[in-house]
Design a protein. Structure first.
Length: 300
């Protein structure tokens, strides 16, 4: 009887310790909790979306196992998929993008003719969601002072925003990757142009067979959206920082070297003058801060 009572006391004390530890853990998590920036979704919901809509569940590839940036699984087999549009890697830092670390649900549509051109699925992402549990890898402290032991696994929070690990980017309709641009340049009516700043005004050049041909533009000009800030986000002093536009338009038959632009795309990644360290940086899109500062004005 005494042994039973003694064992009961041990079980009771162990239960109390576990409850206390659980309570303390919750208090620590609550104390470290910050406003949600982007909620994560359940895997069961993501799987339903895949069956119902044109969506894929993707992960970053392990370069030792297969080539490419992302893969999806089909019938137990990992298959490569190329993303255009709102790519998660453009909005998340490396702490989320380790090999086979997090899973994402991407929503959009397959670009069939481009998929045939590169011999793999090319998917234009209109929106994406991260799937629970959210994993973060901050790396070594000497390289990354901002470390966090307790972090939310069901969302991205304000801490991720403040430290630049989540930087939502907008207006993907104006961006085109180099590989995608090369594909469209094989079609009639698509051209590649480059802006140069001569110190007083913009000069434009048509790129054909690696040659730069001076050209005048009319129609839907990039200046309408970038205004005078265009020269500040593009470097004109160094060839290695050149930026390019892919345009859909028509070369004039009557006027020499005049290109009328119907629509344009900025080739990514593009370079810009980074005032934070007096150098050049590259990025894949504009964020809300850029819009507030007038770097990009959407007119179309």
């Amino acid at each position: 009887m005494k042994r039973i009572i003694k064992n009961g006391i041990y079980v009771f004390l162990l239960a109390m310790i576990l409850i206390l530890l659980f309570s303390v853990g919750n208090k620590i998590r609550e104390a470290n909790s910050l406003p949600i920036a982007l909620p994560a979704i359940e895997m069961r919901y993501a799987k339903r979306m895949v069956k119902r809509d044109e969506c894929y569940i993707i992960q970053v590839t392990n370069p030792e196992k297969m080539e490419g940036q992302y893969f999806y699984e089909e019938d137990g087999e990992k298959k490569p998929i190329a993303l255009l549009g709102k790519d998660p890697r453009q909005e998340l830092s490396y702490i989320f993008m380790g090999s086979e670390q997090n899973k994402f649900l991407v929503k959009g549509y397959v670009i069939k003719d481009f998929s045939e051109y590169v011999d793999q699925i090319v998917f234009y992402v209109e929106d994406w969601e991260i799937i629970k549990p959210v994993k973060r890898d901050y790396g070594y402290k000497e390289y990354r002072p901002e470390q966090r032991f307790y972090y939310p696994k069901d969302c991205l929070d304000e801490y991720d925003l403040i430290n630049g690990d989540y930087h939502p980017t907008v207006y993907y309709d104006i961006f085109m990757e180099n590989s995608e641009g090369n594909y469209y340049l094989k079609k009639d009516g698509y051209y590649k142009i480059e802006p140069r700043w001569n110190g007083k005004s913009l000069e434009w050049y048509l790129i054909e067979d690696e040659k730069k041909i001076p050209i005048d533009l009319k129609g839907n000009l990039p200046e309408y959206s970038f205004d005078t800030i265009l020269k500040n986000i593009h470097s004109y002093e160094y060839e290695e920082y050149n930026n390019y536009f892919i345009v859909k338009g028509k070369l004039s038959e009557n006027e020499k070297n005049v290109l009328e632009i119907y629509k344009w795309w900025l080739e990514i990644p593009f370079s810009y003058n980074d005032t934070n360290f007096d150098g050049k940086s590259s990025c894949y899109g504009f964020n809300h801060s850029d819009l507030e500062q007038g770097v990009y004005k959407r007119y179309r």
